[in-house]
Design a protein around this ligand. Structure first.
Ligand code: E4P
Length: 237
């Protein structure tokens, strides 16, 4: 299973990249709005230089020509850019044009298996159902991941299911079990996946036992090299 980071924060990307678990990055206009002092193009180029996996750059135009213009512009920034296009009638038209031009796309804002099926047929490389946003309105986001993963495998589409809007570690495990090819995660969820109270407690315990054992060994060896009291006074037998 591939893990993407859902952020435009360069330091977060550097950190997760250094852990050796990063397969790609997804950005969106909301995530970019949190970045200060860089253009979207600069952010994308920097991310692409850090990680060679797919990096999603989202278009905001709602007409086909506008989507194509923005997407072609982002695709020229680096070889690993994937153009993120929202699910809509125009989005489908743009994705099929991008496919004809050899530009990879990530269909975003998918909330039903049917939307995902249409995006696969239009040629999107990545299909992004939003798990958390469905859970937020009392619908089961994981059902869409499960249904869409089954459809994609059954009909052997080349698209990959990318579980998006992941809000917690349980979503991550459930998305993996539901057959998602990829999950894109906020930095915080990746950190939560690393930690477990028993792991953290165990690390502290092992360190403390190690220190105690080393101290005892050091005392024993310094005691052995010291002359004994009887040998020093010459009053032994
Ligand atoms: C995916 O590509 C989106 O950027 C993201 O997962 C949306 O997550 P949110 O619903 O937490 O904003």
């Amino acid at each position: 299973m591939k893990l993407f980071l859902d952020t435009a924060d360069i330091e977060e990307i550097r950190t997760v990249n250094s852990w050796g678990v990063l397969d790609g990055v997804t950005t969106n206009p909301t995530l970019f709005s949190k970045v200060k002092g860089m253009t979207y193009e600069e952010v994308l180029q920097e991310i692409c230089a850090i990680n060679g996996g797919p990096v999603s750059a989202e278009v905001v135009a709602d007409d086909v020509e506008g989507m194509l213009r923005e997407g072609r512009h982002y695709a020229k920034l680096a070889d690993n850019i994937v153009v993120k296009v929202p699910m809509s009638e125009n989005g489908l038209a743009a994705m099929s044009r991008f496919r004809a031009e050899g530009i990879k796309t990530n269909c975003t804002l998918i909330f039903t298996a049917n939307q995902g099926l249409l995006a696969a047929k239009a040629g999107a490389s990545l299909l992004s159902p939003f798990v958390g946003r469905l859970d937020d309105i009392n619908e089961d986001g994981l059902t869409v991941i499960r249904e869409l993963s089954e459809i994609i495998r059954f009909y052997e589409y080349e698209s990959e299911v990318l579980a998006a809007s992941i809000r917690n570690p349980l979503h991550m495990t459930q998305a993996a079990l539901a057959g998602a090819n990829i999950a894109t995660l906020p930095f915080k969820v990746l950190q939560q996946m690393i930690h477990h109270p028993l792991t953290d407690k165990g690390i502290v315990q092992f360190r403390s036992d190690w220190d105690k054992a080393r101290k005892a060994a050091a005392e024993k060896s310094s005691g052995a090299s010291q002359p004994t009291a009887t040998a020093a006074t010459g009053s032994g037998a």
